[in-house]
Design a protein around this ligand. Structure first.
Ligand code: GLU
Length: 299
């Protein structure tokens, strides 16, 4: 069965780009007769704004984006994450690292997503303490995946990324790792999210394979930009939903390049959503990195 999800970080209220992601993942799940879940990505505690989760969930309800199972929080899954870290250590696929950011800056070269860790601690015997992080040992092989919107994504993790962190020295689990364990716990089969995460796919595919978890199908939609900058939850791009639900839905459908002829502003939101599910065509979404939005989108 198709299981999709929307996984906002509660770092602020939803903005136009995150609403587009919610709507795209919702429509894809519903048009495939699937379930749509909501997961609050609150593992990166320093980014979490208190109360933002409730505001996000309320916005989803205002937009009639109703989820099909109780909302899950990453912060409630610490035991599950620790179990999978232990499993990777038993497999000898993960190791402890005592390098500071400064140590790495001195030696490392830049890859596709920050510094490529040069493997300094790979062979060292390091004891567990509150100063060490956990890294996963990557392989020197090409990982090739097909994104349903953007086409082929490929990386050699060894030369493009390096052994990457799965649990930080401050005890927080890395996004790349937590999201894979979440896919397992939630049975996620399809992921639709913003293009800014496309470079994460090979790392996540690699972790799925190591943990023996089915790899979901990935689709990365263009990110919404304003003055060429990604709009984000934490930088005050407030969108007023109440009273503007229909125009927001229509703007999101237009952003996703869906046929617009069937809609009018006089339709009610349920009819718009029914029609949007019926006409949903993921392959019409433009395979672009970003799309600049009008200023008036922030109603
Ligand atoms: N939590 C991420 C965000 O809000 C999305 C992560 C994901 O979809 O894998 O941008």
């Amino acid at each position: 069965m198709y299981i999709g999800r929307f996984a906002p970080t509660p770092s602020g209220p939803l903005h136009f780009g995150s609403i587009v992601t919610a709507i795209a993942s919702f429509l894809d799940a519903k048009s495939n007769g699937g379930k749509w879940l909501v997961k609050i990505d609150d593992i990166d505690q320093p980014r979490v704004i208190r109360g933002a989760d409730a505001i996000i969930l309320n916005s989803l309800k205002e937009l009639h984006l109703y989820w099909d199972a109780p909302v899950v929080y990453q912060s409630h899954r610490i035991n599950e994450y620790n179990k999978k870290i232990d499993y990777l250590k038993k497999l000898n696929a993960a190791y402890l690292c005592e390098c500071s950011r400064r140590d790495i800056n001195k030696l490392a070269i830049t890859g596709v997503d920050g510094f490529i860790y040069p493997g300094i601690c790979r062979e060292k015997k390091i004891n567990l303490s509150d100063r060490v992080s956990h890294r996963v040992e990557v392989k020197d092989e090409l990982i090739i995946t097909q994104d349903c919107i953007q086409g082929i994504v490929k990386q050699n993790l060894s030369s493009d990324i390096g052994d990457f962190i799965i649990k930080r020295s401050d005890g927080l689990f890395a996004y790349q790792f937590a999201v894979v364990v979440d896919n397992y716990l939630d049975g996620v089969t399809n992921i639709i999210r913003g293009y800014d995460l496309i470079q994460s796919v090979p790392r996540q595919v690699f972790l799925h394979q190591l943990l023996d978890i089915d790899v979901p199908e990935f689709s990365h939609i263009p990110i919404a930009t304003k003055f060429d900058q990604k709009i984000s939850k934490s930088c005050g791009n407030k969108i007023i939903i109440k009273g503007n639900e229909i125009s927001i839905w229509l703007k999101c459908l237009a952003f996703l390049n869906q046929p617009m002829e069937a809609y009018s502003k006089s339709m009610n939101i349920e009819d718009i959503i029914c029609e949007a599910i019926r006409c949903w065509s993921k392959n019409l979404i433009k395979p672009l990195r970003q799309i600049e939005i009008d200023d008036n989108i922030h109603t």
